[in-house]
Design a protein around this ligand. Structure first.
Ligand SMILES: [Zn+2]
Length: 397
């Protein structure tokens, strides 16, 4: 049974990879991802369906357009094979090996697998776009978050998403309302986005062959912010102002549920509806919202802390969206593990670059993504290591 499913997952992964190629190429260039259909960037002719089979067509055509013979980047083959491998690896880690306990049968937990597969595929697209244009596409992060919230609501279970207590659920609701208020205020101009003049614009070059070239990296943005007279520490004040309604509403809701008996009873009654069946799904939803908030908070907190400390922009807001999405799809522990794993991956890469004397500055999104993938697959082992570490620390004091 597993073999049949693995073959299906691999084929499905290759097709998703083919779609990711379209997203990676078109999204940073502001093009529609559905229209027009696949066409050769050189001669503009539509690609026939039999030339559009993932992996095989590229190999059969030896990486060339059937009509004009122009080279098609091996990146297409790489992304398609890598996506297939990624999903096969995730399926094997969850259901065959299984590295992660409590996943049970695929028939029962497929929404969770779907959410985590969406997370990995989305992160792959985000990483590729971030590597190329130093920009994390927020649309992709929002899509991951929506799928994650839906899956956690449909299939709530503490085994793949840590549960939250009712007061914490109330705080999550408060924070969500606060963020919505901030976004409405910003939409109508009562709040101003930070770094208004220094946003990097998406690139719009034509030739597909020269993907790796000179791009405005963080150094460029830091220089731009200085040139525009933008003071990073003042910008952080704007961001704190944006976060203030969420923080106040979360604290207020938590206080209300724990200190006001009537509010506490009403909130508990909501969870007890239809003999607690509503509560189970509500808890799943709030566990995902909590994961979203914690994931975003790690990066945003670090960004504000680092920027105030060093006086130059530290970490991108796109990275906050990325880790928030991971939290919505996998609960608060995965982005927390990823936050601490990412510097290790980044450091290894930096050492390799140093050995090769590379000068190119790298974005952080890919290392966060690698951290999320590692945290997702080795979740149980990392959790066990942390438990042992905690016990050892307890023994010391
Ligand atoms: Zn062509």
């Amino acid at each position: 049974m597993h073999v049949v499913r693995l073959i299906f997952v691999a084929a499905f992964g290759a097709c998703i990879g083919s779609f990711l190629n379209v997203v990676i190429w078109r999204l940073p260039r502001g093009l529609s991802i559905v229209f027009p259909g696949s066409h050769c960037p050189c001669c503009g002719r539509a690609i026939r369906w039999y030339d559009n089979v993932p992996i095989f067509s590229w190999l059969l055509l030896q990486g060339r357009c059937r009509f004009c013979g122009v080279g098609i980047s091996p990146r297409y083959l790489c992304i398609e094979s890598f996506t297939a491998l990624l999903l096969v690896g995730l399926y094997a880690a969850y259901y065959v090996l299984p590295l992660r306990g409590g996943m049970g049968q695929f028939e029962d937990t497929w929404p969770i697998f779907l959410a985590h597969a969406t997370l990995l595929c989305g992160l792959l697209a985000c990483s590729a776009i971030d590597l190329e244009s130093y920009h994390v596409p927020l649309e992709v992060c929002w899509l991951i978050s929506l799928v994650g919230l839906a899956a956690a609501t449909v299939r709530p279970d503490a085994k793949w998403m840590p549960e939250v207590s009712q007061p914490v659920a109330a705080a999550c609701l408060g924070a969500a309302v606060g963020l919505a208020i901030s976004n409405v205020l910003m939409h109508y101009g009562f709040l101003q986005p930070s770094f208004l003049d220094a946003d990097p614009h998406p690139r719009d070059d034509e030739d597909e062959g020269n993907d790796v070239g000179e791009h405005p990296g963080r150094a460029y943005r830091v220089a731009m912010t200085a040139a525009c007279g933008v003071r990073p520490r003042v910008e952080m004040l704007r961001e704190l102002l944006f976060l203030a309604p969420a923080i106040l509403a979360a604290a207020g809701a938590y206080w209300l549920v724990t200190h006001c008996a009537a509010a506490g009873r009403a909130w508990a009654a909501l969870f007890a509806l239809s003999e607690g069946r509503v509560g189970v799904h509500l808890n799943g939803l709030f566990a995902a919202v909590f994961g979203y908030l914690i994931g975003g908070l790690w990066i945003w907190g670090m960004r504000i802390f680092g920027t105030v400390l060093f006086g130059r922009e530290a970490m991108g807001l796109g990275d906050a969206h990325l880790l928030a999405a991971a939290g919505a799809a996998a609960g608060w522990k995965v982005p927390t593990m990823a936050f601490f794993l990412a510097p290790i991956f980044g450091l290894l890469w930096a050492l390799w670059l140093l050995a090769r004397r590379g000068q190119r500055e790298l974005p952080y999104g890919p290392w966060l993504s690698a951290g999320v993938a590692a945290a997702l697959i080795f979740h149980d082992r990392i959790a066990r290591l942390l438990d042992q570490f905690g016990e050892a620390m307890n023994g010391l004091f």
